[in-house]
Design a protein around this ligand. Structure first.
Ligand code: ADP
Ligand code: MG
Length: 232
């Protein structure tokens, strides 16, 4: 780790505002939201449907821009960056996991995890090695040649997690990653996620409705009237 890097949040959302206008009505979804994500810390985002969890995650992941406020990645503001610079940060510093796996159906588990690394320009042999290691670490060593359709829901999500961390991001953002899974499988996928957090020191924000899983994370926050509030 760079010297002093542990003093700066991996992701810092400062006074984030986000409004959606549809016809005559404007909905204020985020209204001055503030949140710091730290290396090695897992944060659960627990809030009702429609509260703005996905919006917050997309803004933190530079997939969407706020109307006001600033997203700092590793202490550096991102609002002035070009699209290319933002894309570059997304590729190298941020991993994103969705509720549905969003794997490419024509490619094997291995190839799905290799792709982000190849896009970054790593040698094919290196990407094979690293993708195999991550998949084995997540208990999928004997499934690497399977296509998504040949995997169970839990296995698909573990491949999606492997893909998200393929480039060793500093932050891992997950939007209800176990929302489509039965409780037993959700528990398994969650354990895999937490194991990765401990092993890599990545900063983690997971939107979830599962209070039991949220209770096992380091910290819990919610969204109330567009602001982040600490729970507990
Ligand atoms: P959550 O993930 O907590 O369920 P979202 O962040 O998806 O909430 O959405 C929060 C609110 O913002 C919802 O009321 C939703 O309808 C609205 N919203 C989200 N995205 C858009 C959009 N692109 N255009 C208009 N309204 C949106
Ligand atoms: Mg959502």
């Amino acid at each position: 780790m760079e010297q002093g890097a542990e003093d700066v949040p991996v992701v810092y959302l400062h006074e984030i505002k986000r409004r959606y206008t549809q016809g005559e009505t404007t909905l204020t979804i985020l209204d001055g939201a503030k949140l710091a994500l730290w290396a090695g810390q897992s944060v659960a985002l627990v809030a009702p449907s429609g509260a703005g969890k996905s919006t917050l995650l997309h803004i933190a992941g530079l997939l969407e821009s706020p109307d006001d406020g600033e997203v700092y990645i590793g202490g550096a503001p991102t609002s002035g960056l070009s699209d290319m610079e933002r894309t570059q940060i997304r590729r190298t510093d941020i991993g994103f996991v969705y509720q549905s796996h969003r794997l490419l159906p024509e490619f094997s588990a291995l190839e799905n995890v290799m792709l982000p690394q190849m896009i970054r320009g790593l040698k094919r042999s290196e990407t094979v090695k690293r993708a195999s290691e991550i998949l084995a670490y997540l208990g999928l060593g004997d499934r690497i040649r399977h296509r998504p359709a040949e995997l169970s829901g839990g296995e698909q999500q573990r491949v999606a997690i492997a893909r998200a961390v393929a480039n060793a991001p500093r932050a891992l953002l997950a939007d209800e990653p176990t929302g489509n899974l039965d409780p037993h499988t959700a528990d398994h996928v969650f354990q895999a996620l937490m194991q990765l957090v401990r092993a890599t020191g990545v900063a983690v924000l997971i939107a979830t409705h599962n209070m039991e899983l949220a209770g096992r994370m380091d910290r819990r926050v919610s969204l109330v009237d567009g602001q982040v509030v600490e729970l507990d």
